[in-house]
Design a protein around this ligand. Structure first.
Ligand code: 5GP
Ligand code: MN
Length: 320
């Protein structure tokens, strides 16, 4: 099955000269790493590429080779499109307006509706870069030092440093492959996961000052004002939700991130067998069993009440 898809990808690549590679808004390390790994590899093969992320590259990933080539919109015509690490086409942001056909969709989200003509969707993979590492040799894509760092970045960030419950021996073997090819695991882990900017921690402080708990549920809210005051310039939660999920007994952690007066981003994290992906889908989002997100219209208090109510009902109904 995947063999036929890989052959078809190679054939399309032979006929293409300018290739667009994109991923989701509010990009994480797997989105950035996947776009850059495919982009650099194709450049190495002599192709013209456009690496596009609608929100640009977050500061913590800008050290990666090729990050300076990533633009927010396509700059020229293109004749082939890769969408990577994107569970839902709406999440490519305004880039969707430029795209007519998606040739290749490579992803590990179980909620991916397979919107590409060629779909490599493997939901057992811990990151999209794990899928890329597996298939790069068959595609003839080279593992240059820049490609290796980008691929390792996706593995490290999506697994929170190989700590998530979906980490399997195969993922560690792929990581070992990358180390053998030159990836510096401790250095990359520090750069893409451990280190936080002063602004990000100030933003956390605002959220942490008002955390709430009810049984297995722990949540925090980040207002637009909090973000301004902390001088934090991302639109995400600076990874606060992963910190909340470390709280003992917090089987379901949520963060509500005010985007505008009428839009709230929600991040869910679950552990110990709890599933939040279906709850995110109720709100038009998606993700994985243990990590999911959605963006919901409405003001912060109203969205928070509604989402908490449905999250509690769904989890308690399924568990007890
Ligand atoms: P995060 O909470 O870190 O934004 O996302 C957790 C997981 O859910 C990631 O795998 C992310 O790609 C996915 N996710 C987050 N927001 C959305 C969304 O609005 N729609 C879909 N389909 N997936 C999302
Ligand atoms: Mn991912």
């Amino acid at each position: 099955m995947s063999q036929a898809i890989l052959t078809e990808i190679k054939q399309r690549l032979e006929q293409s000269n300018n290739i667009l590679i994109t991923s989701h808004i509010r990009p994480d390390g797997d989105a950035v790493g996947s776009v850059i790994a495919v982009g650099l590899a194709l450049q190495e093969l002599g192709k013209k590429v456009q690496m596009v992320l609608n929100d640009g590259v977050p500061a913590s990933f800008r050290f990666l080779e090729g990050a300076d080539q990533v633009t927010k919109y396509p700059k020229q015509e293109f004749d082939m499109v890769f969408v990577v690490d994107c569970g839902d086409l709406n999440r490519v942001g305004n880039v969707v307006d430029y795209i007519k056909t998606i040739d290749v969709n490579i992803d590990h989200h179980p909620t991916n509706p397979k919107f590409g003509e060629l779909n490599l969707v493997q939901s057992d993979a811990v990151s999209t870069t794990e899928i890329l590492i597996e298939h790069f040799p068959e595609l003839g894509f080279p593992f240059t030092p820049g490609v290796v760092d980008a691929l390792m970045t996706g593995l490290v960030t999506d697994t929170q440093g190989f700590k998530t419950s979906n980490v399997h021996a195969g993922a560690l073997r792929r990581a070992a492959d990358m180390i053998e090819k030159g990836a510096d695991l401790p250095d990359l882990t520090y750069r893409v996961l451990t280190r936080k900017s002063f602004e990000a921690v100030s933003y956390w402080a605002a959220g942490l000052s008002l955390i709430e708990r009810e049984g297995p549920f722990v949540w925090a809210s980040l207002t637009y004002q909090d973000r301004k005051k902390a001088n934090y310039n991302g639109r995400d939660d600076a990874d606060l939700v992963n910190f909340l999920s470390r709280i003992e007994g917090a089987n379901v952690a949520l963060v509500f991130i005010e985007q505008t007066d009428n839009e709230v981003k929600i991040s869910w994290r679950a552990k110990n067998g709890y599933d939040v992906s279906k709850i995110a889908q109720v709100f038009g989002g998606g993700g994985h069993v243990a990590a999911a997100g959605a963006t919901v219209e409405g003001n912060l208090p109203e969205v928070r009440d509604k989402v908490l109510k449905i999250t509690k009902e769904t989890i308690l109904d399924n568990k007890n």
